[in-house]
Design a protein around this ligand. Structure first.
Ligand code: DGY
Length: 335
């Protein structure tokens, strides 16, 4: 059987490449980082499969340049960069990498909560600048932080990652938990005493609000000025989902005017934020460069899973992680 042609737009580890080469005829971007949009468009003429990191848009323009494309596999759990209507019309399957990153992202969310509440980057910089002098510094009220343990956590978007956050927060830090989600999660309620709440209640009772919802048309700009106004002035806002789930201007205003105490952010709209973005100037904001899943082990697992998804999708295997909105393509059903 002839091997399908695939293009890999970001170098993958050798083990992942060997697996792909067993099953496909591969071309891989050999520069640093990810192939540029222009390069990607010029590489897709004969490609039947595309393996890509999360982020680059799969839209009509790209699909027009890829007449043979049958499957796109993203090395990410989020797939808001897929134009689902366009892919559905062209019969192009999209896959993603759920589950393998849950614990890693949950670890990072706890790190953001702790860093923002205990002001770790700010105080690290203070010590490194040589400003910690005996009798001055650590014991000063000005450097005190906020407790995380036994406080109330509100999770917006209680999927697999939300549950991994709940496990750490409730079992590890003795936190109370409220959550807002499209559907109830009886297991999370039973295991972690999670209280199913309205969005307004989650915002108003929580000391830490964690945004973990996928970006969809319904969650775009879900949190706006009126939502920050519901939060406690002592509360922290953590976002590890997608920057577009929040009105960033409203977030900046809430942080600048003391409507909320601080924030921990891994995501922005757009990414990266421009150099003079006010969020980068605020001492009460911890900023990370979208590294939720970025450990060596987890990124390896994600790349391997994405490779298996791509080969499986090209071979007609319905067990691979096809995004739900495009599953009908693999099942041969109408949308
Ligand atoms: C994901 O997997 O969606 C992470 O946000 C990395 O893009």
């Amino acid at each position: 059987m002839k091997k399908p042609n695939i293009y890999i737009s970001k170098p993958v580890p050798p083990e992942v490449l060997s697996y792909l080469e067993e099953h496909a005829s591969c071309r891989m971007w050999d520069g640093t980082g990810t192939a540029s949009r222009e390069r990607l468009l010029s590489e897709l003429e004969s490609a039947e499969g595309l393996l890509m990191p999360g982020g680059g848009l799969i839209d009509r323009e790209l699909l027009d340049r890829a007449p043979n494309l049958r499957a796109v596999s993203s090395i990410s759990v989020g797939y808001n960069h897929f134009d689902l209507d366009a892919m559905s019309e062209r019969g192009v399957i999209g896959t993603h990498t759920p589950s393998v990153l849950d614990d890693t992202v949950a670890d990072l969310v706890l790190a953001l909560m702790l860093s923002a509440a205990r002001r770790i980057p700010e105080l690290d910089a203070f010590v490194k600048r040589g400003e910690w002098q005996r009798g001055k510094g650590l014991a000063e009220d000005a450097n005190f932080g906020s407790d995380v343990h036994h406080r109330t956590l509100g999770v917006i978007g209680m999927g697999r990652i939300g549950e991994a956050i709940a496990q750490r927060a409730v079992l590890g830090f003795g936190m109370k938990l409220h959550y807002y989600n499209r559907s109830r999660k009886p297991e999370a309620e039973e295991r972690y005493g999670a209280v199913y709440s309205s969005l307004e209640e989650v915002l108003s009772v929580s000391d830490f609000v964690v945004m973990m919802t996928p970006l969809t048309p319904e969650t775009n700009r879900m949190i706006r000025k009126e939502h920050f106004a519901l939060m406690k002035p002592s509360a922290f806002f953590i976002n590890a989902s997608r920057g577009q789930t929040v009105d960033e201007e409203a977030l900046v205003e809430a942080l600048q005017t003391g409507v909320i105490r601080g924030a921990g952010l891994d995501v922005y709209d757009p990414e990266p934020p421009r150099g003079d973005h006010p969020l980068l100037k605020l001492p009460n904001v911890v900023t990370l460069p979208h590294i939720g899943s970025a450990t060596h082990a987890t990124r390896f697992d994600m790349a391997m899973l994405a490779a298996r998804n791509l080969i499986g999708a090209l071979q007609g295997d319905q067990q691979v992680h096809i995004v739900p909105e495009l599953r009908h393509l693999a099942e041969g059903k109408p949308e």
